[in-house]
Design a protein around this ligand. Structure first.
Ligand SMILES: Cc1ncc(COP(=O)(O)O)c(C=O)c1O
Length: 452
């Protein structure tokens, strides 16, 4: 009985073949991982590095443009691009130069540099006239934005959409189960009930948003413009307009997390589609791969926060980390905003991603599979179910973990790395047409093996 259009026995045989092939040709990688196994928990420095679909992770020797070279010397076209951290290609030349320059002037000193002040102006030019703060991760930027929203509204709750991901910010780790907001299972060491301070509803469901906001308890809606962390869910026509007017009607702030949707075009989805958030978050690629995130607020939110800040008891704010705001971040941020994140770069990404999406759609149609392709600018995803998806529940039902893992591994063995956890492929401005075509051809070859 086919599952997501593919016969399970054929899938098992394919996965076993591909796993053996991956392992057979990587003796050096395996040796290196064995050497590190004693020192690192689970043998890797971040536990999720074990979650790639290969029998063991790649060990990377170097990364340039949109290509990785692994420890065994294989050159791999990189469509994962650090899951957006390297969306503009690995170590873009202006960023690498800025890092070298800054390294001669010190790496961290808890004071602004001249580049910091220039970068502030560039942020306004790129993303709009907001008032900015810096952080090191998008998780932290979201955490800070939510603190400010709670502070200025005097409300406790955050509304998020079922299936969302906003980093490891625990306030958002809830799901919708039988119409109720529940804490997600699997959170390590979680000792208090997150669902007490969060409301979870389905994306694209304005009635549910209104019902939640009407309680008057919700400080902020925190959302991506497109749900990118499940199988991709695009906003229905009018959804963002409705969300903005409901949040305004009920005095709730709107935080738009553009960490992934920077793929949409210059200024992110908000600028391209005219969204008007109260707080705006962007991380990952904003400093060309150097750990940096920024969050901005409107003049009105900034004024309200300044008043709040002046009146609160002195002491820790609960926002900020020692290394956030270091001059290396600003050097990389300025170089990225000024020289990397350009209209020309986005035009190349858009053209490449269009080619990739058309190619993958053609392959799916050729194999008569009930799958579809979704895209937000440079970010392309194949989904092993019919579309479009409306919300997180649809996305969860569309997710096919075993099939997807086999596809990822098959692509890797054919020289193409795509993002783990979902089927995302990013096209950078330095991704070559032949790399895109190789990915399409690899996908076609794999689907032939799985279906005929
Ligand atoms: C939409 C969104 N926001 C925030 C984050 C958190 O980013 P970081 O892991 O850099 O903190 C992620 C990570 O994938 C994300 O997808």
């Amino acid at each position: 009985m086919p599952v997501h259009g593919v016969c399970p026995e054929r899938l098992d045989a394919f996965r076993d073949r591909e796993s053996a092939r991956f392992a057979r040709v990587r003796p050096k990688t395996r040796r290196l991982l064995d050497q590190g196994a004693q020192a690192w928990l689970g043998g890797v420095p971040m536990h999720w590095m074990r979650d790639w679909p290969s029998p063991f992770p790649l060990v990377v020797k170097r990364a340039e443009k949109a290509r990785l070279t692994d420890a065994d010397g294989f050159e791999i076209d990189d469509f994962c691009l650090g899951d957006t951290g390297s969306m503009f290609g690995h170590a873009p030349a202006p960023v690498a130069r800025a890092i070298r320059r800054q390294a001669r002037r010190g790496l961290t000193y808890m004071l602004p540099s001249k580049a910091a002040l220039r970068a502030g102006r560039l942020l306004c030019e790129r993303f709009g006239p907001l008032v900015w703060q810096i952080a090191t991760t998008a998780t932290d930027a979201n955490r800070n934005a939510l603190r400010v929203a709670r502070a200025v509204t005097g409300r406790r709750k955050v509304l998020v959409f079922n299936g969302c991901y906003h980093g490891t910010l625990q306030d958002t780790m809830v799901a919708l189960e039988g119409g109720r907001t529940v804490a997600r299972p699997g959170l390590v060491g979680q000792v208090f009930d997150i669902s007490a301070e969060a409301v979870c509803v389905e994306f694209n469901d304005l009635d549910a948003v209104e019902a939640a906001l009407a309680s008057g308890e919700v400080a902020a809606v925190l959302t991506e413009p497109v749900m990118t962390n499940s199988c991709m869910v695009l906003p229905a026509p009018g959804f963002h307009r409705g969300l903005r007017s409901l949040t305004q009607r009920y005095g709730t702030l709107l935080i738009i997390d553009e960490t992934h949707t920077q793929s949409s075009g210059l200024g992110g989805y908000s600028r391209v589609h005219g969204l008007v958030p109260d707080l705006f978050v962007v991380g990952k690629c904003v400093a060309g791969g150097v750990a940096t995130a920024v969050w901005g607020m409107t003049e009105a939110v900034a004024e309200a926060f300044t008043a709040y800040d002046a009146a609160r008891p002195s002491g820790h704010s609960g926002m900020g980390t020692t290394l956030s705001g270091n001059p290396l971040q600003f050097a990389a941020l300025e170089a990225t905003l000024a020289e990397v994140m350009t209209p020309e770069a986005y035009a190349a990404m858009e053209a490449g991603a269009g080619r990739l999406a058309r190619g993958l759609s053609g392959v799916i149609a050729h194999h008569a599979l009930p799958w579809h392709v979704a895209r937000v600018g440079a970010r392309v995803e194949f989904i092993c179910a019919p579309g479009p998806l409306r919300n997180g529940s649809d996305a969860a039902a569309a997710h096919a973990p075993q099939l997807e893992a086999a596809l990822h591994l098959g692509l890797l063995n054919r020289g193409c790395l795509i993002a783990p956890f979902h089927n995302m492929m990013l096209v950078s401005p330095v991704t070559k047409q032949r790399q895109i075509d190789r990915l399409i051809a690899g996908f076609d070859e794999i689907l032939s093996e799985l279906t005929t």
